[in-house]
Ligand binder design. Structure first.
Ligand code: AMP
Length: 286
C-alpha cells in the first residue's frame, strides 16, 4: 500500500493512473477502522481498479470539542488493517494539507433541509463541516466512485447532493450497515462504551426491527413513540430521535403505505456516546 501525506503528490499520481485508463474508487474515513470500513474498501475493490482510502479526523465537523479530543486514533492498527485488506492507497494528510488557510473558510456548499434535521439539529454545523472536508477530498482524488456507509444515512444523502452540486461524474455507492454480533451497528465510537452498555446496545437494532415489522398495522407516530419509551427504560440510554421518514426526501410520514421507501432512523446517546442506526423499509432505493 502506498501512503501519501500531501495532496500535491496524490493528485498527480491519481491523474496519471486515470490517464492509463484505471478507475479510481474513494473511501473517506476518520480512522479507528473496523469491519464496517473494510466492507467499503471491499465494495470499492469489486468496482474499481484502484482503491483510495483517506484517514483524517476533520475538526470542522465536530460541534463538541470533547468529542473531537476523545475520538480514537489507533493509526498503526488502521494501517495494518488496510494492508491486510489490500487497499492500494492511503491518503493520510496533516491538518495543513487539507486546510492550508486554517479551518475558517467554510465551503460554499450548503446542506439544505436534510442538513438541518436530526443530526443537523443536534450537532450544529456538523454537515457544513462534512461537506467542507469531502469537497476538498473529492477535489484532490476526483474519483469515479465514492463509497459511503448507510449507517450515516443523512450524510449519504447530503454527499450525494454535494457530488451533484460539484458537477462531478462520481457515482456514489451506498454500502450496507455492518453490525456486531448483537446487532449493534459498528462504529468507531463503540470502543468508548462500557462492556455492559455495549452488550445492551443491541436493543437499538432489535427495536428498529420490531418497529418495522409493525408498520402498516398501526400509526407510525404511535409505534415510534413507544419505541422511544422502550429504549429509554434502559439505564444509561437516551433517545435523541426515532423517526419514520420518506427515504429520499427525509420528510415526516403520517401514514405507512406498503411498497414505498421509508427510513426508520434513530440516534441514541448511550453512556454519553452518540450512536446512530437505521433501517430502510420498502423497495430498495437506487
Ligand atoms: P467514519 O470513519 O465514521 O467517518 O466513517 C467512514 C465511512 O464508513 C462512512 O461512509 C460511514 O458511513 C462508513 N461506516 C461507518 N460505520 C459503518 C458500518 N457499521 N457499516 C458500514 N459502513 C460504515
Amino acid at each position: 500500500m502506498k501512503i501519501f501525506k500531501r495532496r500535491d503528490d496524490l493528485g498527480p499520481y491519481l491523474k496519471a493512473l486515470k490517464k492509463k485508463g484505471k478507475s479510481i474508487g474513494f473511501v473517506p474515513t476518520m480512522g479507528a477502522l473496523h469491519k464496517g470500513h473494510i466492507s467499503l474498501i471491499e465494495a470499492c475493490q469489486a468496482k474499481c481498479d484502484t482503491t483510495v482510502c483517506s484517514i483524517f479526523v476533520n475538526p470542522t465537523q465536530f460541534n463538541d470539542p470533547k468529542d473531537l479530543k476523545k475520538y480514537p486514533r489507533p493509526l498503526e492498527k488502521d494501517i495494518e488493517m488496510l494492508i491486510e485488506a489490500d487497499c492500494d492507497i492511503l491518503y493520510l494528510p496533516e491538518m495543513e494539507d487539507i486546510y492550508p488557510d486554517g479551518t475558517v473558510s467554510k465551503t460554499a456548499f450548503k446542506p439544505g433541509y436534510i442538513g438541518k434535521i436530526l443530526e443537523g439539529a443536534s450537532r450544529k454545523g456538523h454537515f457544513e463541516g462534512v461537506m467542507q472536508v469531502v469537497s476538498i477530498l473529492l477535489d484532490i482524488t476526483r474519483p469515479d466512485c465514492l463509497f459511503l456507509g448507510q449507517k450515516d444515512y443523512q450524510q449519504f444523502l447530503i454527499l450525494t447532493e454535494l457530488v451533484k452540486q460539484m458537477r462531478f461524474k462520481t457515482k456514489v455507492v451506498r454500502c450496507p450497515i455492518v453490525r456486531e454480533e448483537n446487532g449493534l451497528a459498528m462504529s468507531s465510537r463503540n470502543v468508548r462504551l462500557s462492556p455492559t452498555l455495549r452488550k445492551k446496545a443491541g436493543v437499538i437494532y432489535q427495536t428498529l426491527q420490531s418497529v418495522a415489522a409493525r408498520m402498516g398495522s398501526e400509526k407510525p407516530e404511535r409505534i415510534t413513540k413507544e419505541a422511544v419509551r422502550n429504549i429509554n427504560t434502559h439505564k444509561g440510554f437516551r433517545v435523541d430521535y426515532f423517526k419514520l421518514l420518506n427515504a429520499k426526501t427525509m420528510k415526516p410520514v403520517k401514514s405507512f403505505v406498503k411498497n414505498k421507501n421509508y427510513i426508520l432512523i434513530t440516534s441514541v446517546i448511550v453512556g454519553g456516546v452518540r450512536l446512530l442506526d437505521n433501517l430502510l423499509i420498502g423497495k430498495q432505493i437506487k
